[in-house]
Ligand binder design. Structure first.
Ligand code: ADE
Length: 227
């Protein structure tokens, strides 16, 4: 079964609008929607913000609902200069920018017996690029870096860009990547830009969360039709 994961209610709601919801299952302080889309059953949920919540929900989707393909849709702070508010990006790989074991000689983001970068599924990314091509939409790809902090500082943003070569920042992708790598499940990470992660990002986020969530949701729906 395909799983669709978001962090926030605002990100999931515009996706649910396209779904024929068959069942709502309460589990682990969350709601999992079983829905039908073009003859296929899908499980959908929003995890709540952050890496821990995203890990819990991704794991439940895989272990309890048998998800064999996990698609994430939501918003992100843009790091690449050519990413403007409302633009779409897919991750080539994700990482955790707030993991710091450098005092032991490890590179930033590295955890022993794990790794810095979690690769997104190439086939899903190719399908996304084909869909974007057909629709005439610009779809950037690059590293998406995650941390349990809303980045609103040019200094922090530039550090993340320099160390991880990140194109966008959010708070879940690295965790979802880690879960999916450990579980052997392919994952796809789609984000629409809501802010540029600098001073003033909080104001932009509040203003564009809904609009950018819809942009990401709409694209995900077009992509689902091709799976
Ligand atoms: N999600 C959207 N914008 C973000 C930012 N600036 N920092 C972290 N997560 C985000």
């Amino acid at each position: 079964m395909t799983g669709i994961l978001c962090a926030m209610r605002e990100e999931l709601d515009p996706i649910l609008e396209y779904m024929n919801i068959k069942e709502k299952i309460k589990h682990a302080n969350n709601i999992f929607y079983i829905a039908e889309f073009e003859g296929e059953d899908i499980v959908l949920a929003y995890s709540k913000i952050g890496k821990v919540n995203a890990s819990i929900t991704a794991t439940i989707m895989i272990e309890k609902f048998g998800v064999d393909k996990l698609l994430f849709s939501g918003v992100a702070g843009g790091v690449d200069e050519d990413l403007k508010i409302g633009d779409l990006i897919i991750a080539t790989k994700t990482c955790q920018h707030d993991v710091d074991l450098t005092v032991f000689g490890y590179e930033p983001g590295y955890i022993p017996e794990s790794k810095v970068f979690f690769e997104c599924d190439e086939d899903l990314n190719n399908i996304a690029q084909n869909v974007a091509g057909k629709l005439g939409i610009k779809l950037k790809d690059g590293v998406i870096a995650s941390g349990d902090q809303f980045v609103h500082s040019k200094e922090r943003k530039e550090w993340i860009k320099k160390i991880f070569n990140a194109s966008a920042i959010e708070m879940e992708g690295g965790a979802v990547g880690c879960v999916c790598w450990n579980e052997g499940v392919p994952f796809f990470m789609l984000r629409a830009i809501s802010d540029t992660a600098e001073e003033g990002a909080g104001v932009d986020f509040d203003e564009f969360l809904e609009e950018s969530s819809k942009i990401s949701a709409k694209f995900l729906i077009e992509m689902l039709k091709e799976l």
